[in-house]
Design a protein around this ligand. Structure first.
Ligand SMILES: *Cc1c(COP(=O)(O)O)cnc(C)c1O
Length: 370
């Protein structure tokens, strides 16, 4: 059997190990928040945004932000049917109703026309997920949100490094949420970040994230409201600090890998990949190839052939509305049909050219019917 090619893998150098070791040895007492503060600052500098709160996960950041917007029972939140479950579970936990809408066939992100059609008097927020690093049509979504007075929230977990007409993913909506799970472009093992430009929302999330204790509350052990506990540890933040020092090269390498796949695979009949429309930069978290229906190429063919080559390729996200806990929305044609003819391709910092070639050869063979 040929060596396994993993689908993602963190890039950990001496500096990550050194910072984590320092945090473990010295980051206690007075210094217990030092790396957390530095990590938040580095992240704010990178995005060019005013406020950031490090969290234990992106799911936690979304939960805090949605709770701070007072989303609850009776409210509806619109999101793409194509999503990781982490985007919808906080909506459900808050007692609100998720409204799943279809994606566009080329960006695999929210279809703004479907969003417009799904708005009701109960709509309280629209979550725009920049899937696989591809960007949502933020201009249209923000216009819809502006007209209807509905906040746009960015799930930018997969979009570190993605830029929309000069603005970084996660900085355009009412708030943005990022993930530092081990599979993501920047990792802290597990972790997330809440970001916003809104000082009031920042204060509310800060309070909620600290067991409901407002930061001006002088009384000890005195929560001002029922909150949450979604904090990042100083040790995780230390790893994050080292990763942020390398962010340009981490993103650049992801982009190089996507470009290599695109060059080799876009000429295949009926194949498309993560787009990069004019005026945008795709952070290229997850290179994904989608075949059109006439090509006859299916997920099962791709999985079988890549599996035989010991390549850990993952399936395109299933439509959330197809899962047991929700009502199916098969009218979301793209969200329901694309996963049947698509596959995620391995991409990580230290993947070598031979490994990429091995993947490319399998996809070519399938496409040529062999
Ligand atoms: C990874 C991911 C999340 C969840 O991130 P966690 O840090 O694991 O909570 C949320 N949304 C999307 C789109 C993701 O890819």
């Amino acid at each position: 059997m040929k060596p396994r090619i993993y689908y993602t893998k963190p890039s950990i150098t001496d500096s990550e190990v050194r910072y984590a070791t320092d945090a473990a040895a010295n980051g206690w007492g007075e210094r217990c928040y030092e790396y957390i503060g530095q990590f938040e600052q580095a992240f704010k500098d990178h995005l060019g945004i005013e406020y950031a709160i490090a969290t234990s996960s992106c799911t936690g950041a979304l939960h805090l932000g949605l709770a701070a917007l007072d989303i609850g029972p009776g409210d509806e939140v619109i999101l793409a049917d194509t999503n990781w479950v982490a985007t919808v579970s906080p909506i459900v936990h808050l007692g609100a109703t998720p409204i799943f809408v279809d994606i566009l066939p080329d960006s695999w992100c929210l279809d703004p026309a479907r969003v417009q059609a799904a708005i009701s008097p109960r709509t309280k927020a629209i979550v725009a997920t920049h899937i696989y690093g591809n960007l949502c049509d933020m201009e249209r979504l923000l216009a819809i949100g502006g007209t209807c007075g509905i906040p746009i929230i960015e799930d930018a977990a997969e979009a570190l490094g993605s830029v929309y007409h000069g603005k970084r993913a996660g900085t355009m909506g009412r708030f943005g949420a990022f993930s530092f799970h081990g599979s993501k472009t920047v990792t802290t093992g597990e972790g997330g970040m809440f970001v916003t430009r809104d000082p009031d929302l920042y204060e509310r999330v800060l309070t909620l994230s600290n067991h409901g204790r407002a930061r001006n509350q002088k009384k000890q052990f005195w929560p001002d409201m029922t909150g949450y506990k979604y904090k990042m540890s100083n040790i995780q933040a230390a790893i994050g600090c080292a990763q942020m020092e390398r962010i340009e090269s981490l993103v650049e390498r992801k982009r190089e890998i996507l470009a290599t796949y695109r060059e080799a695979l876009l000429s295949l009949k009926g194949a498309s990949m993560n787009p990069e429309p004019p005026g945008t930069i795709n952070g290229a978290w997850m290179p994904t190839v989608v075949f059109d229906e006439p090509s006859g190429v299916t997920r099962e063919m791709l999985q079988q052939a890549l599996g035989a080559e010991n390549v850990d390729a993952r399936v395109f996200f299933w439509p959330l509305s197809g899962m047991d806990m929700f009502e199916p929305v098969p009218q979301n044609h793209n969200a329901w049909s694309i996963p049947g003819r698509a596959i995620n391709l391995p991409s990580y910092h230290d993947i070598d050219a031979n490994d990429i070639d091995r993947v490319i050869d399998v996809i070519r063979r399938i496409s040529h019917g062999g």
